[in-house]
Design a protein around this ligand. Structure first.
Ligand code: PMP
Length: 294
């Protein structure tokens, strides 16, 4: 992720990653009290462009608000600093990680000092390009009445790490987590769509992270005239789907081969997911203003 030359943005300055530090008494380190984003930049026909930068930084702001972490930065300025991080590190295709974290405070009350950092590195599609073998996790997504699940808060990712580690130790590539009502929710770091009889379905917001790629899939479906709706569904519904895929900034669009041992009948290349994956790739490389795409 970094080497001795890597430069990050930290509270208004650019500093070497190896020289930047944080406080061991930070609330973020002890309690997971921090908010972050995952963004991608693509080397487009029009130079390096940060995909849906505004939507991501707006979600970061909303995550902080939902977590009661003060957010006093200007989004346009953060986008400018993000481009500068890419430039200083000579990155054209990159994964970008902004993190809002808290200063020293061992109490459980709101932080006195809040910092922001932005780093970036080259990262291939997070789950690779093969069809994924997926297992239903024994871990549920956190109850939204306990934690604001629509916020991208560091502590939520303990749940994601547990589910991923469990899935890998059971021989799967990835997990799918259910929500507190035992309906299908999402993957540890991606949203999920299923295809059935030529239509797409995805769980509604409320118990999932409202993904920016998920929103892009809706936009692409409109463009491609594919029917796509939000619907609550169970593991049984998932297992009788024709095909399924994950979507997220890091994973992009990744096809699912099987859930537990049930293999989806539709070949990936014939699925709506594959059509969307191809269109997504074209979209991110197009000379477009990403904020007003399609
Ligand atoms: N759900 C979870 C739990 C995630 O961590 C992510 C990745 N940010 C997503 C869904 C997909 O969100 P996005 O498309 O905005 O990356």
């Amino acid at each position: 992720y970094f080497n001795s030359k890597t430069v990050i943005y930290l509270n208004g300055s650019f500093v070497k990653a190896t020289e930047a530090g944080t406080d061991l008494y930070s609330q973020s380190l002890h309690y997971g009290y921090a908010a972050f984003e995952g963004i991608r930049a693509y080397n487009t026909h029009n130079g390096t462009r940060v995909f849906k930068a505004k939507a991501h930084f707006e979600r970061l702001k909303r995550s902080c608000q939902l977590a009661r972490i003060p957010f006093n930065w200007d989004i346009e300025d953060l986008i400018r600093q993000t481009y500068k991080v890419l430039e200083l590190n000579n990155l054209k295709d990159a994964y970008i990680r902004p993190l809002v974290f808290c200063g020293p405070n061992m109490s459980l009350s709101a932080p006195a000092k809040v910092s922001i950092m932005i780093c970036a590195w080259e990262w291939a599609a997070y789950l690779g390009n093969d069809q994924l073998k997926v297992g239903i996790s024994s871990y549920q997504r956190p109850n939204p009445k306990s934690l604001p699940i629509e916020a991208k808060i560091s502590a939520h990712y303990v749940n994601s790490i547990l589910a991923t580690t469990e899935a890998k130790s059971n021989g799967y590539d990835e997990a799918i987590l259910l929500d507190m009502n035992n309906n299908v929710a999402e993957a540890p770091g991606a949203n999920l769509f299923i295809e059935r009889n030529g239509k797409l379905y995805t769980p509604p917001t409320g118990n999932i992270l409202p993904g920016i790629t998920r929103a892009t899939v809706f936009q692409l479906c409109k463009r491609l005239d594919i029917e796509c709706t939000e619907r609550v569904f169970t593991v049984e519904d998932l297992k009788i789907a024709d095909s399924a895929f994950f979507c997220g900034t890091a994973v992009e669009i990744a096809g699912i081969k099987s859930v537990d041992e049930v293999v989806f009948p539709l070949k990936w290349q014939d699925s709506l997911g594959a059509t969307l994956a191809r269109t997504y790739k074209c979209l991110v490389l197009e000379k477009q203003n990403y904020e007003v795409i399609i």
